[in-house]
Each structure stands twice: as C-alpha cells, then as structure tokens.
Design a protein around this ligand. Structure first.
Ligand code: TYM
Length: 379
C-alpha cells in the first residue's frame, strides 16, 4: 500500500500546536491522542452526501477524527452543523496550510454549511518573543487574501480576527476559562511557570469559536473542525468543558502533515527553503523544488538498478496529494520503485504543477483584495 512516512517508531516524535518533530507515526498518534481512525464505513457515509469523495479522504491524508460519525448522524437527522478552522498569522501561508482549507471548502460545498475562520494574531504575538504586532498585522492581511482565494462561499463564511473581534468571543472565553485549570493546560501544552499568562489563557480563546455557532443560532449547534492533527490538544481541553457549559463537544477531522522539501519534518515557515509559500515567485518555486530532497539513489546507475524510495520522497507526495489522480500517481509509484523513473523527471512535473497552481492562486489573491469586507465578522 502507498503510505506516507511509513516509518519505524521514532521515540523523538513531538507533535504540539507549535512544534512537529521526528518521523511521524500516525497510528501511534491516534493511540496517544485517543482519536479514531476514519474507517471505510465512515467514508461510505460521507460519500452518500457528496458527489465525490475528496481525494484527500480517499488517499488517507485526512485519516483520523473525533465524533465525525455523530456529526453525520446529526446532519442526517436535520441538524445543520458549522465548520470551524483557523490560521495563526506568523508568516506567509505555505502549501501545508492550504490543504486543510481546500478540504474545508469541499466540506462547505458538500454540506452547504457555514464556516467560521479564526485568525489567532494574539496567539502568534504571545508565542513568539521577537514578533511585533505590526509584523503580525501585516501577515494577518496577507493570510486573509489566501483564505479568500481558496474560494469559500462569502455568504456562508466569516473570518474572525482575535484582536479585532474579541468582544464576540470574550463571553465564551470566560465561560471556558473558568472551567479549564492551569494544571490541565500545563499537562496538555507543556506550559511551565515561565510561560507568559497570555499563552496560559489562549487555549480558551481557540476554544471559543467552537461554541459561537450555538450563540449565533440560539441553540446548541454542532461544530466540525478540519485541521492537521497538531491542533488536537486544543480540542481535547475544549471537549472536556463543552458539556459543562451546555454545548456539544466539537467534532474533528484530522489530517496528516505535508512534509517539507527537506529530509524530514513537516512543511514549516521556520524553514523557508523547504517550504513553498503562496507568495513565492516562479523562480523561487523552481529553485526550491530542484533542490529538494528525494527518495533517489546517489547515482543514475544505482537508481536504474535498485529503484528509489517514493514513500519518503516529498516530491512524490506533493504530486499525489495535490496534483495527480490516483491512477497516475500509482503508476508513478511503481515506476519510481522499479528505477524506470528518475528524480529530475518528478521534479520537473512538480515544478510545472506548482507554478500553474500558484499563478492561479496569486490571481485570486489579487481579486480577494476587494472582497475582504464581505468575509469579515461584523465589528
Ligand atoms: P497554523 O497557522 O499553524 O496552521 C494553519 C492550519 O494548517 C495546518 N498545518 C499543516 N497542515 C499540513 N501540513 C503542514 N505542514 C501544516 N502546518 C500547519 C494546521 O493544522 C492548521 O489547520 N492555532 C492555529 C490557528 C487556529 C486553528 C483553529 C487551526 C485557530 N483556530 C481551528 C485549525 C482549526 C494555528 O496557529 O494554525
């Protein structure tokens, strides 16, 4: 089976909302976090409501969940849910961020539901010692262009910028914060006595939009959060308090991580040469991809005789998740493993695909400049 980072157990594996390190063993994460694997039966249930099963579901990129079955049952019984996702604007958006948003758009289109999109400018200010609010405001604006460029329905999507819209969240924040103890957030997030108190409150702020739909609708309203699994610690502490304050526990659908273009680790803004940003020029895209790590052999002769390792090759995975249909990707996998395909050929395919994708996205980012007001939550 084609399976990303099909790795041995790595005892150095770290997955927190701020740091992902080591080779990720997703089965182990599911056990440690106490989430559930998305089963074929669950995929069949989603398929009943969708024209098509999204490739990111079919390929197992979205692989885990909490209460997805429950939210589908609610929906089937006539209860509409809200989607909720977000972004911490510490830099430009990269392709890894884009994937959960593309998938969120698919969910919005499939179920015809509202979306709340939280921008945690406060989190990024509090977390990074060196970042000023001016710098974060600049990225908030830039990131909003990316969010709008994804193509969410403007009549069904509201962007919440924490420092701008806190009055809508604060009544919920204090309800949550009152029931979340320091010992819980310390154990969950690894806070210490030198963690600033803004960060200690912050989990209640990321929790608040889970319950905003209930306030907007005036009745308990289910909420589904699509995101990579790094955000799960927030939902664990949120789910613990939900029922105590009269709301449903938020449901989640978790993705894996898009790897960086280097040898290991997820795509991350802190390693710009191994990340592709939505604002990158065509030349930058080409340079980064041509310099990427691959699963190739040191020489062409060895590759022809031994084949290459597609499973650990980011170039293969970008093509599979973002640009190629499954049949074509399976063929690429077999040709790579057998040595009939060389790394530069895959790199060229990826360069062309990413350039085309970014050209289109960058045009939509420009168009987004005139649409910001339509997407913002009212002041
Ligand atoms: P942030 O800005 O770190 O990440 C935004 C979204 O991108 C996902 N993500 C990735 N997915 C795949 N591959 C990667 N390499 C990768 N890196 C990041 C994240 O899981 C996330 O879905 N605190 C949050 C902002 C937030 C939020 C939310 C996110 C507030 N409310 C609700 C998700 C859902 C943050 O800083 O995300």
């Amino acid at each position: 089976m084609v399976c990303m980072n099909d790795s041995k157990i790595d005892t150095n594996q770290i997955v927190t909302p701020w740091k992902v390190e080591g080779k990720i063993d997703y089965d182990r994460l599911v056990k440690e976090f106490g989430t559930q694997i998305i089963t074929p039966e669950l995929l069949d249930r989603i398929k009943k409501h969708a024209n098509r099963l999204h490739p990111l579901l079919r390929l197992g990129y979205f692989f885990s969940h909490r209460d997805l079955d429950w939210i589908l049952s609610m929906y089937e019984n006539g209860h509409r849910f809200y989607l909720y996702t977000g972004r911490g604007p510490s830099g430009h958006v990269h392709l890894g961020h884009i994937l959960p948003w593309v998938f969120t758009k698919y969910l919005q289109d499939t179920f015809n539901v509202n979306l709340l999109f939280q921008i945690t400018d406060d989190e990024k200010f509090l977390y990074h010692d060196s970042k000023s609010m001016d710098e974060i405001n600049k990225y908030t604006y830039e990131n909003i262009l990316d969010i709008i460029a994804i193509g969410f329905d403007p009549d069904k999507t509201k962007i919440i910028v924490d420092t701008k819209h806190m009055k809508h969240l604060y009544p919920i924040v204090i309800e949550v914060a009152k029931r979340m103890t320091f010992s819980t957030v310390r154990a969950t997030f690894g806070f210490t006595s030198s963690t600033n108190i803004g960060m200690i409150l912050f989990p209640a702020i990321q929790a608040a939009p889970c319950f905003l739909p209930s306030r907007i609708e005036g009745k308990p309203t289910p909420c589904l959060i699509p995101a990579a699994i790094d955000q799960d610690p927030y939902w664990r502490v949120t789910r613990d308090v939900a029922e105590k304050i009269g709301y449903y526990k938020p449901a989640q659908i978790h993705s894996k991580f898009l790897p960086g273009l280097g040898m290991q680790g997820k795509m991350s803004s802190s390693q710009p040469e191994t990340a592709i940003f939505t604002t990158d020029t065509q030349e930058m895209v080409e340079r980064k991809i041509m310099n990427a790590y691959t699963g190739g052999q040191p020489t062409i002769a060895l590759q022809r005789s031994l084949g290459a390792d597609a499973d650990s090759c980011p170039v293969f995975w970008y093509l599979r998740y973002m640009f190629e249909d499954e049949r074509r990707s399976d063929e690429r996998y077999i040709r790579c493993k057998s040595g009939s395909l060389l790394c530069y050929e895959c790199k060229y395919s990826l360069v062309e695909s990413v350039k085309r994708y970014l050209k289109d996205l960058q045009r939509r980012r420009e168009d987004a400049k005139d649409m910001i007001d339509r997407f913002m939550l009212e002041d």
